[in-house]
Every structure is written in C-alpha cells, then in structure tokens.
Design a protein around this ligand. Structure first.
Ligand code: PLP
Length: 367
C-alpha cells in the first residue's frame, strides 16, 4: 500500500451519511468511473471481489438461463461453479490451466448454443495469463450475448476499456492493482446489463438498490468508510500518474520479471508476452517443490510470493507485480529467489537475474 493510502485508513471514522463522508464517497465514485473508463455509475460494495462477482450472478442469472463460462484457471472455474449454483444452464468452455482463451472458440460455442452472457476472466491470477478481453467481448456481442469480465487482478494494471470495448459488467476488488486493503468490490454495469436482470431473489447485492443510492451520493448500506477513503486516495494516485503511464509501468515490470527468470535458467509458466503484466508464473525446476521456494522467501526475507493453486500447487510459483510496485521490488524478489534456490541446492545461474531485469526495464520502451 502506498503510505498515503495507509494514512487515509488511519483518519477518524466519520458517519457515512454526514457531510464529512459524502464528498469522499462522491469523489471516489467519480475516480472509479475514470479508472474503469466508463460513463456509467460503478457500483461499490463492501465485499471482496467474489462478492461483487456474485452480484453479477444474482442479477443476471435466473434458473435455467443459458450462460457460457470461459475458464482457463482457478477463477474461471469458480465462476462456472457459481453460475451453476444459481441454477444457470452452464456451457463451460474449459481450457487447461495456463492456456489463453481464443475468441474464435467463443464464437463457435455461441453459434452452436446461444447464451445470455459470456463470463470471462481478464487476468487469470492463478496462471499469469491475461486474456484479450476486447476480442472476447467482440465475439460475445456478435452473437447477441452480454459480456461479464472478472477484472479483479487487472483493473488498474492493464487496459480495461469498459465503454469503448462494450463490456457489460466489469468486476474488480480493492486489494490488487487498486492498492487498497481488501474489502471493497466494484462492479461497472452497462444499461444493457441492467435491462437484462433476472428473477433470482437478491437484496444486498441488488444492482438497482445500490445504483439508486449512489445516484444521490449515498450508500444503500453502511459502507466501510475507511476503505472508501483509502480507495479514493489510491485511485487519485493512479489517475495522477496517468493510466497510460501506469499500464506502461506494468508492462515494463512484467518484462523485467520475465527477463530475470529466464536469465536464471528457469522456465516460465505464464506467457512470455507483454500482456502478461500482472503475475509472472514460473515452473519449479524438477526435484523442487515450489512450496519450499515460497516458504524460503517468506522465512528468510519476509517476502510474499504465491504458490500454484489447485493442481499447480508445488509446481509453479508466482511473482506478482501489480499496484504499488517499482523495478526494485522486482530485482529484490529475483535476488531473493536466486538465494533461496541456492539454499535448496538448485543449480541456477547466479548473479544474472538482477542485471537482466534492470536491462529489460531500463531499455524497454513500450511501442
Ligand atoms: N478473480 C481473480 C482474477 C482474482 O485474482 C481473485 C483473487 O485473487 C478473485 C477473483 C477473488 O477475489 P476476492 O478474493 O477479493 O474475493
């Protein structure tokens, strides 16, 4: 967290329907629209990203409705389970973990079988793949389907043009590239999506209820005022840096991470491409359990990296580079990985990762 964001968390807690809070709320919502690049009101829920996603499911899924869920990792699979739990007739376009969803597959599936909405993950945090949401949205639209996007780990890190790409629902959470503690979920909703809401019972996550309240710069329910104040500051920082500059920084951090990993002689699991600017996933060399790498970084250096999820547990480790990150976070992380590998008796090329990462960062200019 940027220190300014932490400082906002420490401010006195004001009443949420008082003049002390309303300007903060109003400004935060306006900034959220700017970061989502939409003219629509972005709904703000006191929940994690999964809660905001559940709002989309509750509002758009009625039992028996046909929906196409695209998955290529843990979060896509979660959305297939969740839409199914609400009674959707789910067509699950399921890729192996680590693959990149192909818009032509979406087109073909929708031609075979209509769907009310296509549900996709922009940044599949479990694998490091960032999908081409613009192209996936075009495939959905051509076939008359709404497009719902999980942008929990991508909003504010990579481009997500809600209005320009015609995205109907864009869900995110406060704790990733939005540089705020966990606890707020966001949901941009198009007029077409409001018009398509279904019959599933709902209350807290009813879009209309929150939309009406927000239109009066009010909240439908007691919001987490400290988190809203923190998010307001964090969004201000992103907008002050400039979204294009923020996206470029993330691309360069991704390039640096991949260059360092490859220089050590390790194999990437996430794609070696600029879009992969959120998480760099790395295969543990044979004979190494990635759990030991994660533990080594935590215990020796107090650094948090992530293990693989599901079947990837123990097989990959993931280096995050979204949010309040600069090049030295990457070089420190790479240096620590190298030391931990040496501790584990792995024969990695030593001393090269930091140099390669710095070179990739310094000499790379985004086209
Ligand atoms: N979707 C993606 C892509 C995520 O990375 C995460 C969390 O890591 C989620 C959804 C779930 O969000 P939350 O943990 O805030 O409920």
């Amino acid at each position: 967290m940027p220190p300014q964001v932490l400082a906002a968390m420490g401010e006195p807690v004001v009443h949420h329907r008082s003049p002390d809070f309303r300007p903060i709320y109003e400004r935060c919502l306006a900034r959220l629209r700017d970061v989502c690049r939409t003219q629509q009101e972005v709904l703000l829920f006191t929940s994690s990203g999964t809660g905001a996603f559940e709002s989309a499911v509750q509002n758009l899924v009625s039992p028996g409705d046909r929906h196409l869920v695209v998955s290529a990792g843990s979060f896509g699979e979660r959305w297939a389970t969740m839409t199914g739990a609400y009674g959707a007739d789910v067509d699950h376009l399921r890729y192996a973990w680590g693959e990149t969803p192909d818009p032509d597959d979406v087109r073909a599936r929708l031609r075979e079988r209509e769907a009310k909405a296509v549900w996709v993950v922009q940044s599949e945090t479990s694998t490091g793949v960032v999908a081409d949401v613009q192209a996936l949205a075009a495939a959905a639209k051509e076939n008359g389907a709404l497009i719902v996007v999980d942008a929990v780990s991508s909003l504010g890190a990579v481009p997500c043009e809600t209005d320009a790409w015609g995205l109907d629902v864009v869900v995110s959470g406060s704790q990733k590239a939005l540089m705020t503690p966990p606890g707020l979920g966001t949901c941009a909703v198009s007029e077409a999506a409001y018009a398509a809401t279904g019959s599933t019972p709902r209350f807290y996550f009813d879009w209309e209820r929150t939309r009406k309240a927000q239109a009066k710069h009010d909240a439908a329910f007691t919001p987490s005022v400290s988190l809203v104040a923190a998010l307001d500051v964090a969004l201000g920082l992103l907008l002050e840096e400039g979204l294009e500059a923020v996206f470029e920084r993330h691309v360069r951090l991704g390039r640096a991470a991949r260059a360092g990993v490859k220089a050590m002689g390790l194999e990437l699991f996430s794609p070696d491409e600029d879009r992969s600017a959120v998480v760099t996933a790395v295969r543990a060399p044979s004979g190494v359990d990635s759990t030991d790498v994660v533990r080594g970084l935590r215990d020796r250096f107090g650094m948090t990296i992530a293990n693989g999820q599901g079947d990837m547990l123990g097989k990959i480790f993931r280096l995050g580079h979204i949010g309040w990150f600069d090049i030295f976070d990457i070089t420190s992380m790479l240096a620590a990985v190298e030391i931990v590998f040496v501790d584990l008796g792995v024969d990695v090329e030593r001393g090269v990762a930091v140099t390669a990462a710095l070179e990739a960062y310094e000499h790379s200019r985004v086209a």
